[in-house]
Design a protein around this ligand. Sequence first.
Ligand code: IPM
Ligand code: MG
Length: 372
Amino acid sequence: MDLKIALLSGDGIGPEVMEQAVKALQAIEENFGHNFSYKEAVVGAIAIDKFDDPLPEKTLALCKEADAILFGAIGDPKYDNDPSAKIRPEQGLLRLRKELGLFANIRPIKTFPTLVDNSPLKKEIISGTDFTIYRELTGGIYFGEKKINDNGTVASDLCEYSQKEISRIAHLAFKAAKNRNNKLTLVDKANVLESSRLWRKVVSKIGESYPEVTLHYLFVDNAAMQLILNPSQFDVILTENMFGDILSDEGSVIGGSIGLLASASIGEDNALFEPIHGSYPQAKGGNIANPVASILSAAMLLEHFSLYEEAMVVREAVDKSLEKGIVTPDLHAGSKYGTSHVGDFIADRIVENHDDLNMNDENIGLGKSTII
Ligand code: IPM
Ligand code: MG
């Protein structure tokens, strides 16, 4: 298959983890005879530094003409502590989502059997957890009207949803539940918010056309509790933009590291794949960031184009790295493996793709990988 992939590595650790995801994709190309082309563009703080714009026109144009976008991370502390900053790196990602109509953000959360001891939660609680969050991504409080009064003492953000915005993602979530375990949980705050009541009305109506899927409703405060009390009860969670943002970070605790979580943002004509983690500026350039989330985002990209076997090979290689302890320090304190070592191991494993690689740990430690 030929694919044009736009690479937006962004800020902080973005470029480092992105490099590993590209290695994995190149290994897939080599293994399966595909032909992917990669073009880079800037976004976020680095784009503000260069062009005074977190999403330059050129970047947007490249994304529009690409088949898929691979995204690194966005954000820089120099903007976080300056509430008066007019231009912020995050605006680049938000505008990209809006301009490309990436309304469905899909965030799978799963425990890796080899990592159950990594989570701060008890093994008995998290074992067997496997659910996916469908987060609405282009509406709600993120994009509603923002106001601040003249003397800067009163501010508001409007949370607005239309029936159309709710129903298009609801259909995707119901379909996903149908292909999984037939359970969909709508998370909202319908006891307080009018917008949540609209979500309930629209989603329950759509539910009638998916009779095999059982629809549950959960208030977001209770959902936040259930997620760490009994996460294996969930199959597909459907929710609005901000609740999904918050719950997906909470969900990352289950797997033991946010460095493991991938996501896909899907629209009608475009698709973007990105790790859930942020730009982790303290680790920038340190070769310690976990590249797994980025590599698994590349696996989701492959799945999006129905390259299921290829995606499976990537996932197997990731599992192998976890099993063999070829992991970054967030998963194993004091680990001697860095971002690029883990990336090399996974790419090598994809190329080899047979059961016992007899990988020489010493060579990996020295970065002497067979493919780069
Ligand atoms: C995410 C991030 C973004 C969001 C930020 C960087 C704007 O937290 O993708 O979850 O809030 O959506
Ligand atoms: Mg977030």
